[in-house]
Design a protein around this ligand. Sequence first.
Ligand SMILES: CC(C)(COP(=O)(O)OP(=O)(O)OC[C@H]1O[C@@H](n2cnc3c(N)ncnc32)[C@H](O)[C@@H]1OP(=O)(O)O)[C@@H](O)C(=O)NCCC(=O)NCCS
Length: 208
Amino acid sequence: MTPANLVTPVREEDVIVRPMTTADVGAIIDLQMAFLEGSIVTRLGKPFLAAFHHAALGHPSTRAFVATDADGKLGGFAVASVDVAAFNSHTKRRVLWPLVQALLTPRGMRLMWRFARSLVEPDPEPYMPAELLLLVVDARYRRRGLGQQLLAAIEQAFARDGVSRYRVAVRSQLAVARAFYLATGFEAEQELFVLGRPMTYLIKRVAR
Ligand SMILES: CC(C)(COP(=O)(O)OP(=O)(O)OC[C@H]1O[C@@H](n2cnc3c(N)ncnc32)[C@H](O)[C@@H]1OP(=O)(O)O)[C@@H](O)C(=O)NCCC(=O)NCCS
């Protein structure tokens, strides 16, 4: 957990939105593997995802929140960064070995060419430091405003950091996610190939 994540938990109806901690990582991975469709990185499996989330929580640019019910059961989570270049350089070093191990499994072998291609795939331009990296809500709790509440927590943190706009990448085939982002104030920006598949980028201004 980073100092910028130390905010008072937000309670709205029976949903509590609070900063993510390392104790949440196991439940977050279960949620991610069950409900984040279309994510090639998620298919790398639990040890890789655990390394990623621990590395993410260890970086000062990370802003991460979970939504729980009153009993603490996790319903969703969001991970963002206010300095994605520094975040990537920090996490890439820490997930390299788990990535190699994941790619050497029979399942990982089938993903290997995608990761090889990613070495020559372009990044979105212009560079934008703030990015929403992950947003997942348990399918049983959807359309109850959890996604919006997690986004609001990220944007409150962004506003405190002086972020004026940020980007999100979403797999182009995920119509629900694109509908969610368009409904919550994002504008479609561009489409690029990432790990060999189309990715739509959207941007949003942060209210001050
Ligand atoms: C995208 C996602 C996070 C939305 O979470 P959610 O908690 O259901 O979203 P909310 O209830 O806050 O919805 C806010 C608005 O988004 C739009 N929206 C959400 N789901 C929608 C759907 N299935 N179809 C059309 N519009 C939708 C609506 O306008 C909705 O407002 P309304 O319910 O008052 O009509 C969730 O569907 C999810 O986890 N999907 C799988 C993971 C994923 O694709 N994440 C994004 C890529 S990282």
